[in-house]
Design a protein around this ligand. Structure first.
Ligand SMILES: [Zn+2]
Ligand SMILES: [Zn+2]
Length: 345
């Protein structure tokens, strides 16, 4: 099969490699049709790492994927050959203390598709997954939408974990695909005003389709002061979706006493300092989000019912041979890119 391998920082190459094979009874061989480019893939592409997860070249990245079931193991019942599927890229063990308490996202043996030394990524013709990673989709869901269900599932989980109250005032810091997915999910709930910040004006403009109360660029104005002028009682919840250490400070300044700071974005740095006295005096709760658990089907249901429509989020399509171009575009936030998708053939 053809695989797009990262052979050095910022350098992809298409290689012919052996097809993966089914070994276990719950394995599913999937023919990949589309792969979305995610911010975490970009970290590997530009720096070769996320924290202690370090790439060994050559490396196949990609985890936001959709495809068609090609072949199934003897005990598979959830999907059958020919079925179109969305993919949850996290393979949990199903046995450890975390899995047995419904926390498969923090499984002790978790392997993640397209993460270094864990599992090969999706930028290739075929992958072998477990049955529980495969989610059949109806004809009303496109492969693009199936790809978007991966970031959307993270947003669904983030909002579920944050136990919204009606009329909560909320800030979303970072209006990229994850921040916008959180915004879409919040729009299906009754909440107060929603405030958006991002350093890229195109993204702020894009976010206006969901009617935020305010959009601001911290490169241009004092977003904290502006938001507090509009909402003197400050925010009930802040979703940090940018990974930018500066946004962590904004979050703490924006929250009201007793507020909730939800960390969704993945920072490029290893350590971030917190104003500890402000955190303490305001008694702020910090909620970390580790991807998602049990939210893929919910995300697909939102998309298939039309309650959430994120079609406009797919701004660019590329062929496999143009993967380098796709990653350059996304890493430089050029051309108004939100989600770039690579078509696998
Ligand atoms: Zn992702
Ligand atoms: Zn486990």
């Amino acid at each position: 099969m053809k695989a797009v391998q990262l052979k050095a920082i910022r350098e992809f190459e298409i290689k012919e490699i052996p097809d993966p094979k089914i070994f276990e009874d719950d394995d599913v061989l999937v023919r990949i049709k589309m792969v979305g480019v995610c911010g975490s893939d970009i970290h590997y592409y530009t720096t070769g790492r996320i924290g202690s997860q370090i790439v060994e070249f050559p490396f196949i990245s990609g985890h936001e994927a959709a495809g068609i079931v090609e072949k199934v193991g003897a005990k598979v019942t959830k999907v059958k050959p020919g079925q179109r599927i969305a993919i949850d890229p996290a393979v949990s063990c199903g046995k450890c203390d975390q899995c047995s308490s419904g926390r498969e996202n923090t499984c002790r043996e978790l392997v993640f598709m397209g993460a270094p030394k864990q599992k090969e990524g999706a930028l290739c013709n075929y992958v072998v997954l477990k049955e529980h990673n495969c989610f059949p989709i109806g004809d009303n869901i496109t492969f693009e939408q199936a790809v978007l269900s991966e970031p959307l599932a993270i947003a669904v989980y983030s909002v579920d974990q944050s136990k919204l109250k009606p009329d909560s005032n909320i800030a979303i810091l970072g209006a990229g695909p994850i921040g916008m997915s959180v915004f879409h999910v919040l729009r299906t709930h009754q909440v107060g005003d929603i405030f958006i910040t991002d350093r890229i004006d195109d993204r702020l403009e894009f976010s206006k389709q969901l009617n935020p109360k305010y959009c601001g660029n911290p490169n241009i104005s004092n977003v904290v002061e502006e938001i507090k002028n509009i909402e003197p009682l400050e925010m009930d919840i802040v979703y940090e979706c940018s990974g930018d250490p500066e946004a962590y400070r904004h979050a703490i300044e924006l929250l009201k006493p007793g507020g909730l700071f939800v960390i969704v974005g993945i920072p490029e740095v290893d350590d971030i300092a917190f104003p500890i006295h402000e955190l303490r005096r305001k008694e702020i709760t910090i909620l970390n989000i580790r991807r998602q658990a049990n939210s893929t089907q919910k995300a697909l249901d939102y998309l298939s019912s039309g309650k959430i429509n994120m079609d406009k989020m797919v701004t660019h399509h590329f062929k496999m041979e143009d993967t380098n171009e796709a990653f350059e575009l996304v890493s430089q936030y050029k051309d108004g890119v939100m989600k770039a998708i690579i078509i696998i053939d």
